[in-house]
Design a binder for this molecule. Sequence first.
Ligand code: MCA
Ligand code: AMP
Length: 491
Amino acid sequence: MHFSEGVDPRSVDLTAEVSLPAAWSNRWATQPTKPTLWDEGTGWITRGDLARRTKAAAGRLFGAGLRKGDRIILSAAASVDLVVAHVAALRLGLIVVPVNGAYQQVELAHIVGDAGPRAAVVDKPEWVRWLAEQAPEMTVVSPRLDLDDAAAPSLDQLDSRDPALLGYTSGTTGVPKGAVLTHGNLLAGAESVRIAWRWTPEDRLVLALPLFHMHGLGVGLHGTLLSGASAVLLDGFSPDAVLDAAEAHDATLFFGVPTMYTRLSQSDRVGELSRLRLCVAGSAPLSADLHRRLEEGAGVRVLERYGMTETIMLVSNPYDGERRAGTVGFPLPGVELRLAPDTGEVLVRGPNLFAGYWRRPEATAEAFDENGWFRTGDLGEIDGNGYLRLRGRAKELVISGGYNVYPREVEDALRTHPDIEDVAVTGTPDREWGEVVTAWVVAASGKAPELDDLRSHLEGVCAPFKHPRLLHLVDDLPRNALGKVQKHLLS
Ligand code: MCA
Ligand code: AMP
């Protein structure tokens, strides 16, 4: 389904090149003068520049004492410097820990405590302070890697089973855990979409997604470099910035979350999307209505796909066949998929599947069934033509603008508010954000808190995108016999 005509799927080995750094080095060795990455401050750099700059950067990291297997936090606005630091870390065998720059001190502290990083590449002055307080021995640098020059050791010496990245996610429940993705996982994840989306060296991606999540990093950036293609890095999203970049740089691709497509559809320039060869949506459901509006308004048939931090990409609508609105399509090359007979939960296997949660054997055991199928926590059904439709989630998760919000975390933080007796957090469907975080509050002793009180209470505790945007005051919360809140009754 996802292969070009004439390609025998059995002849395709997604991890034949062993690791992304090995594959990238192969690309850089040919056509070293071909442009590969652009950002506003730097302009274009070539494949050869990237090879040289990442080698030098790896030398500096090595000189600072970092060795294979050490963890390094990466959290900064998208830029060529950040990509150089990331690629250098992978080439050296370090384990990259990407972190959302909106996180507050407590959220960052959890990841630092869990991952035990030896270094951090960050661009926020308060993070430098927080890290110095929590882990004074850690090397903390800006994306320019202002460290002493040192000779680069041998690079790209990686096995496909070596850990490459810890992607922090809450899985189906509980506190954020680091999903350990190996070099083989990252390669398989990028290779499957390279094949399915017919990504070629001539392609140019407008990359306005953050580089601290799998969508921007594992798909956008890794896919670009693996395909020998090029990308325009934007530090943040706006419809005009994307459409200007597409025009100025003759781009062919755009990847975004549904909130970005909603905003594009509201722009009177939406028709300009049609200059692109392919627009891909994912990270949250793209409504069938928005799919149709983009087709009518811009003549663009957006290709929707489905993935997770633990698995990179899983399922995609076809490049050549019908891109069916409201569905996510067919399993990508290498991915096996089935639905649990009793619940309809989507279960998957494949070379892209993570190796387990960092230092959490119990959570890892729970995430897989007895035959090694990974439980996604998403509920699905397969239509008569084989397209997967996601019809809900078994896990408690709100997705706002493509960012995941775990109700439990927000509830725990709100419960410390003196005017709150009890609280439940849910997602309310919303045209722009997909879902908005909603708090259902039982007020303490009759004093009713207001939405702004809740939001200021969370300031400094949770990233702003987790703050409730809606508040409902209720007399009590519906609970079942076991005392668990029946969230489906809250609406
Ligand atoms: C920003 N704000 C948000 C969000 N983003 N609130 C709720 N949900 C959000 N997602 C807050 C800001 O803190 C600010 O709050 C206010 O909204 C206005 O910000 P605005 O400038 O409008 O937002 P923005 O900067 O334009 O951001 C919207 C965005 C961004 C571009 C859609 O959220 C984004 O880049 N989302 C993509 C996330 C992503 O990459 N997800 C992939 C993960 P205040 O007014 O209070 O200051 S999932 C994944 O990787 C898997 C593998 C997959 O399948 O892809
Ligand atoms: P994360 O853990 O941040 O990688 O988020 C993964 C989750 O995002 C999945 O388990 C799904 O619930 C959701 N997701 C990703 N892509 C889609 C999509 N196209 N449609 C619906 N949900 C999606």
